[in-house]
Design a protein around this ligand. Structure first.
Ligand code: NAP
Length: 247
């Protein structure tokens, strides 16, 4: 029998994170994912993953604190018999406004979840992966981290930072067969983009060469590729999944 593969995904209760959990379950990984407050949505993600016959653990954890991240990794490792093969840092939030109107707490909230969360989790998981001499880390950046976007200075800063962390850690871990890559989605249909007004949505669609928004599955398919053995020689890369938005 081949070895169990354990994938830890943050923000798996909804949107892109849920699609990643399902896609990695389909690929045969046992799944640990966290959510912050959506217990019912998390139960639905768990059920959808279990349809693929894998084991699934859903954990409530706020990734903005180091204690919660360390506890999440501990629980995932216990579930995985001491191993975690894949980490997907997907959980993310926005607190959009023009710079002059961004409050300190809106900067802090976005930095804590989008930047510090992945940092704490990579620090904890990489210790295990170094011992295993194997690992796949995939971080969720954004087209906004590549190109910037008016009204998202705080969010853009964190998504650009994710790219810097990805490239730096890729250099640190490559000799141990651990890859670290980032995915930069464009406009994907989720709750995060659901709040955009119709007029703004039309403007955004015009800026996408594909002229349509992407689906969470479009992103999950790329994550699954990077998480698999076929991507073994790819590290430190940022793969845009954006219908051409960042060209
Ligand atoms: P979403 O639908 O808003 O879902 C966010 C997920 O993150 C939920 O599972 C949520 O849990 C979890 N979460 C939020 N804050 C958390 C915290 N403090 N601790 C732990 N979990 C937390 O978001 P999405 O659109 O799927 O986006 C997923 C990722 O892709 C984000 O990093 C986002 O920045 C990035 N992205 C999205 C788009 C897009 O167009 N949608 C484009 C580029 C990049 P609860 O359900 O419990 O709240």
């Amino acid at each position: 029998m081949s070895e169990r593969r354990i994938a830890l995904i943050t923000g798996g209760s909804r949107g892109i994170g849920r699609a990643i959990c399902i896609r990695l379950a389909q690929a045969g990984n046992d799944i640990v994912f966290n959510y912050q407050s959506g217990a019912e949505a998390a139960a639905e993600t768990k059920r959808l993953c279990e349809e693929y016959g894998v084991q699934v653990l859903a954990v409530q954890a706020d990734v903005s604190t180091p204690e919660a991240c360390e506890m999440l990794v501990k629980q995932a490792a216990e579930f995985g018999g001491g191993k975690i093969h894949v980490l997907v840092n997907n959980a993310g939030i926005t607190r959009d406004n023009l710079l002059a109107r961004i409050k300190d707490e809106d900067l802090d909230a976005v930095v804590n979840v989008n930047l510090k969360g992945p940092f704490y989790l990579m620090r904890a998981v990489s210790k295990l992966m170094l011992r295993q001499k194997y690992g796949r880390i995939i971080n969720m950046s954004s087209v906004v981290g590549l190109k910037g976007n008016a009204g998202q200075v705080n969010y853009a800063a964190t998504k650009a930072a994710v790219i810097g962390m990805t490239k730096s850690l890729a250099r640190e871990l490559a000799s141990r067969q651990i890859t670290v890559n980032a995915v930069a989605p464009g406009m994907i249909e989720t709750d995060m983009t659901g709040a955009i007004r119709e007029e703004a949505r039309q403007q955004i669609l015009e800026s996408i060469p594909f002229r349509e928004m992407g689906s969470p599955a479009d992103v999950a398919n790329v994550v699954a590729f990077l998480a698999g053995d076929e991507a073994r020689y790819i590290t430190g890369q940022v793969i845009a999944v954006d219908g051409g938005m960042a060209i």
